[in-house]
Design a protein around this ligand. Structure first.
Ligand SMILES: C[S@@+](CC[C@H](N)C(=O)[O-])C[C@H]1O[C@@H](n2cnc3c(N)ncnc32)[C@H](O)[C@@H]1O
Length: 203
């Protein structure tokens, strides 16, 4: 990247995340799953790493994935020294991810929908293949009434509710919360249609 290149929209977004609280969905799955005790978690689309830090703090060995080059430096700076040996970082685009390490918890906050539907389907297969027996999965997905669907169809993945539910076939659906409301995003006002999901694979 040249010195004059603009930071990507995601880098700009992530830079604004340092003061926010850890996301409730992440806290909820950490509470449900209990102390990590060295078990493995994945934070897919970790951004600045607020939730990666929370997982590490709860005792999880944590594999953080994002395509932003700055992720490594951000996480290295934010991670407490005593947690660093439990952190691994992978700089990769979701569309190119061939596999993920076996995991007891996969968290993905507001990240999975931001790829094309055909890539999402493959990525979801990679995510499901990583889940060990008894593993927890906590993700935000975008529904088909989200206002981004009007401009980003084919670029991002918007799921009708039955299709979103079907992703978790064979898992216990612990939480399936639907948000269908006007609100705000980093880019301004929008209509949110979100599925906030926690599911668990049987032991
Ligand atoms: C809305 S941010 C969410 C970040 C963080 N999980 C949070 O809750 O603040 C989306 C994240 O996904 C990453 N991302 C978006 N598309 C991606 C892709 N195709 N491959 C890998 N990472 C991607 C971005 O770099 C960004 O960090």
């Amino acid at each position: 990247m040249s010195d004059t290149a603009e930071p990507s929209i995601w880098a700009t977004y992530n830079a604004a995340q340092s003061d926010r609280a850890v996301r409730p969905l992440c806290l909820e799955v950490i509470e449900l799953a209990g102390p990590g005790n060295g078990r493995t978690a994945i934070d897919l689309g970790c951004g600045l790493g607020r939730e990666t830090d929370a997982l590490l703090g709860a005792g999880w060995r944590t594999h953080a994935v994002d395509w932003e080059e700055g992720t490594r430096a951000n996480l290295t700076a934010s991670t407490a020294r005593e947690h660093r040996e439990r952190l691994t970082i992978q700089i990769a685009g979701f569309a190119e991810l061939a596999d993920l390490p076996g995991a007891d918890l996969v968290y993905s906050g507001y990240s999975l929908p931001y790829i094309a539907p055909e890539d999402f389907a493959r990525l979801w297969g990679v995510l499901r293949a990583a889940l060990r027996p008894g593993a927890w999965c906590a993700v935000n997905l975008l529904g088909d009434r989200d206002s981004y669907a009007q401009t980003e169809t084919g670029t991002y993945t918007f799921l009708p509710e039955p299709e979103a539910r079907a992703l978790f076939d064979g898992m216990e659906l612990v939480k399936f919360e639907v948000e269908d409301r006007d609100g705000n995003a980093f880019g301004g006002p929008k209509h949110w249609h979100l599925y906030n999901v926690i599911a668990r694979l049987p032991e």
